[in-house]
Structures are given as structure tokens and as C-alpha cells.
Design a binder for this molecule. Sequence first.
Ligand code: UTP
Length: 296
Amino acid sequence: MRTIRKAIIPAAGFGTRFLPATKAQPKEMLPLINKPSIQYIVEEAIASGIEDILIITGRNKRAIEDHFDHNVELENFLKKQGKLDEYSEVLKIATMADIHFIRQKEQLGLGHAVLCARCFVGDEPFAVLLGDDIIDNPSKPALLQMVEQYRQYGKTVVGVQPVPTAEVSKYGIISGRQIGEALYELDDLIEKPAPEEAPTNLAIVGRYIIHPEIFAILAETKPGRGGEIQLTDALRELCTKQGMQALALQGERHDIGDKWGYIKAILSFALRSDELRDKLTAFLREQLQERIPVAP
Ligand code: UTP
């Protein structure tokens, strides 16, 4: 079957890089302008043809569930006030797709979070979109690029982008040969290698289409790096058994779980907004003039 109908969005991590903001709310609820970042991810999944979405939540799940649910009081209030644009925006969120939730009871790692979706997925290929990785491409969503790839080849595929060599140790890195303009046939994946051990600088960036055989492998995967059950370790075994591809994704990536990544994402979205662009540019000019001494 080459249609991808189901997607998992793991959003149960502790978000330690963003404490204390993430103490009582998931980082995926941090807003980019006026939408929480997880809404961009859900919209990407829907625009890529996904019908059913499972969000893996942790202890602080309420905010995510509430966000994608009806808020009848608010809807009635907006209608009564004649704020119809706001009303339809709020209504749209509650009706955009079939969204389900499951709680990862212990944060044992991304691999374990994906394993929690075993019953939801059943026996069909599925997508995984990491809740903290925004890949911004207004003309073709990142997951859609991969879905089209998958339709053609029918192989598990991971989304990758080049990263500076000094940063490879933050990512899962692929090893393989290029077989198309943006396509790679993989022979291995390495989780967070040292720069001198990295076979390429192509990093997995939070988008996957995976065959369901991964679940049997994940169930047997022992905790790896950092004591966590790593998705990359299980993918590695799947790659040996079935082969795997990587697609270089077009789009601007923002790791919103990282302070700098989050700031860049907000600036980039604001610079594209008709409402905010001029104000932000003027503000930045002013700030830079104040901070950078003018050459005599
Ligand atoms: P990260 O590696 O970014 O970990 O997880 P984290 O805990 O969220 O953040 P930091 O590094 O401590 O700041 C990658 C993705 O996997 C999910 C996270 O929510 C994020 O989307 N994840 C991670 C889980 O769902 N469960 C886990 O046990 C671990």
C-alpha cells in the first residue's frame, strides 16, 4: 500500500533546553506569532494528505488537547461579538482533522514514543512528524515531498537536510549513496556521531515515513545513547532488513525546542507577514543602529 493515511506527532519530551517555559506546558504549544507550533505541524500533515493524527503527549498534555478541541464558550462569545474571522479561525482548529491522543507514561525516548502508537497504526506505513521541528515551505509541505517520494518507491524514507559539520553530533546522520537529485539509498544511520566519524553532513530532520515492521524492532530495542530508546537505532535495523531512502527536503527548518531556533522561527514568520514585516524591519534597524557604532 503506497498511501499514507496516518501520522504520529511525538510531543512528550521534557523540553529541557527550554526550561522553565516547558515546566508546565509542552514546548509544542509555544507560539510562533499567534499559532502554537504544533498547529503548523498538524496543518502540514493535513496538507500532505493525512487523515488521522495521533499526538503522543506527556504529563502536561492538557494544553494540546484543549487546543484541538471545541471551546464552546469562546465560540459563542466571538459569534455574539460579531468577531467572525476569529470565530471561524477557532472553529477550524477543532474540526481540521481526526486528532487522537495517547499518553507516553514514562519519557523513555523517541523510539518508545513511536512504539506507543503501535495499535493506532496497525499494519500500514505511517508518517512521523516531530512536534518541535518546523519545516517551512509554503509551496510544498515537507511531508508531501516525502509522500510523493514514497508513492514512487514504496520504501521507508527519512527527511534530511545538510547541517554544518561541527553540528553533526546533535543529529541522526545518514550514510549512503545519492541516486537522484535529492534522493539517497541508505546503508546506515548513525545517532549523534562525532564530526570525524560522520559519513555525511546530512541530518535527519524530524520527518519520517516508516513501514510498520518498525514496531516489532522497537519492542526489542534496548536503551541506547543517553539511556533512551532511540528511533534511529530501530531504523538502522529496519534499513538492514528492508533498505531505506533519504530525501533532502526543501524548506527552511526551525528547531523550536532550541532558544535560538525559536527566535529565528518567529523572525522568519514575522518577516513574511504583511501585518508585521514593516514594523519588525523598522524596529530591527533602530536596534542595530543603537548597538553597532557607526564608522567615523
Ligand atoms: P528531543 O530530543 O528534542 O527531547 O525530542 P526533548 O525532551 O523534547 O527536548 P530537550 O532536548 O530535553 O530540550 C525529540 C522529539 O521526540 C519527542 C519530543 O517531544 C520531540 O518532539 N519525545 C522525546 C517524546 O515524545 N518522548 C520522549 O520520551 C522523548
